[in-house]
Ligand binder design. Structure first.
Ligand code: NAP
Ligand code: F7E
Length: 337
């Protein structure tokens, strides 16, 4: 079996490529050229794994590149993970977010339709489609009300997949995934920002972690569990859309408390709003709040109802919230040491 992954140099590509290799797949990945010729999370893979991945340099905004590649390789499965995935950045850079996430996804769908119709396609949709949901928990039937350029772009992707699936009878699925994190999460995302900050403080840094909205409520799982669900979605008789999440909600504040707990610090919160701070038992400032990290619109109040995935795919998250935080903090401590 041959699989092609767009976004292989990101967090999910790191876990998915390893999962597929362990199942005996021939794994191909699309990597964007950059001036330093680095390959993101692929550079974190052990050499004996990395050397098994067949890399194609290209950009998903280039439709010709994608069509030629699909024509040549005709993979049985394609996982379209590539995206401008940072919600905060999408407010300042909406057009380039749309170019990559809307235009790039359309290019992927056209390449499958025109050059490789038997390819089964997974599209990385997102819980951000729900915006600020009034219904809890959220599932495949919950109203989409996106509240960021990122989420708007992913809504276009989701409907492009649905349209192509019906119009051209192609095997295309949407994975509506809630937040999933890991030790290779990008450093600008809040979980990794916290776990890195905690590791630095443990190593003697006097600098507090500066965050935005501590009260944002998300459903956080472990990325390694979620790539299993992506694979399962492409093993069904018929293509469909599935929510993956944990069914648990936590605030950013709780994530920070849990992360400091791993290093034996019991955080104490004082003040409110932008004046809230997190103090150590000795009274040192561990966390501060800055307006800089608030978004023009927040999307939260998330809790996944993943019962459809559980019933149809037999998928469930294996890693608890406490274990996820521990994995991330311990990994950051290890890399600092
Ligand atoms: P990520 O770490 O930000 O990885 C994104 C990947 O896309 C990187 O490999 C990046 O390459 C690549 N990329 C971006 N623009 C590209 C372009 N124009 N051409 C080719 N490649 C391009 O994201 P992730 O966390 O792994 O998430 C994977 C997918 O799931 C994304 O589509 C994301 O929006 C979606 N999603 C993520 C979550 C989550 O919680 N992680 C939840 C729901 C949905 P570079 O290395 O060159 O930047
Ligand atoms: O923010 C709040 C922030 O940037 C999480 C992407 O993978 O998941 C991810 O998007 C929450 C937000 O991820 C800071 O306001 C507080 O409510 O880690 P994040 P995200 O926006 O949820 C979804 C499902 C995706 O699809 C995306 O691709 O944390 N927050 N303080 C902060 N966020 C950041 N980044 N930095 C802070 O200092």
């Amino acid at each position: 079996m041959k699989a092609l992954i767009t976004g292989i140099s990101g967090q999910d590509g790191y876990f998915l490529s390893q999962l597929l290799l362990s199942k005996g797949y021939e794994v191909h990945g699309i990597v964007r050229r950059n001036s330093s010729m680095t390959q993101g999370t692929m550079d974190l893979l052990p050499e004996h794994i990395k050397s098994n991945i067949i890399v194609h340099y290209g950009d998903i905004t280039d439709g010709n590149f994608l069509s030629n590649l699909l024509m040549k390789e005709k993979p049985e499965e394609m996982y379209h993970l590539a995206a401008q995935s940072f919600v905060g950045y999408s407010f300042q850079n909406a057009l380039s977010t749309y170019d990559v996430n809307i235009g790039g996804t359309l290019n992927v769908c056209n390449a499958v339709k025109d050059a490789s119709q038997d390819t089964r396609l997974y599209f990385a949709a997102t819980s951000e489609l729900f915006g600020q949901p009034r219904v809890t928990p959220q599932n495949e039937t919950t109203l989409f009300m996106p509240r960021s350029p990122y989420a708007v772009s992913k809504l276009s992707g989701l409907w492009t997949i649905r349209t192509y699936r019906e119009a051209y009878r192609l095997y295309m699925t949407n994975g509506i995934l809630f937040n999933h994190e890991s030790e290779v999460r990008g450093p600008e995302f809040v979980t990794r920002k916290i776990t890195r900050g905690v590791a630095q403080i443990k190593n003697g840094s006097p600098d507090p972690i500066i965050l935005g909205n501590l009260s944002a409520v998300k459903d956080w799982g472990y990325a390694r569990d979620y790539v299993e669900g992506m694979w399962m979605m492409l093993q069904q008789d018929n293509p469909d859309d599935f929510v993956l999440g944990t069914g648990e909600s936590h605030t950013v504040r709780e994530f920070a408390e849990m992360a400091f707990d791993v290093i034996g610090e019991k955080i104490r919160w004082v003040g409110s709003g932008v004046n809230e701070i997190g103090l150590s038992q000795e009274g040192n400032t561990l966390v501060k709040v800055s307006r800089e990290f608030f978004r023009p619109l927040e999307s939260d109040n998330y809790r996944a109802d993943y019962s459809k995935a559980k019933k149809v795919l037999k998928w469930k998250p294996e890693t608890t919230f406490a274990d996820l935080v521990k994995i991330m903090v311990e990994s950051d401590l290890k890399s600092l040491n």
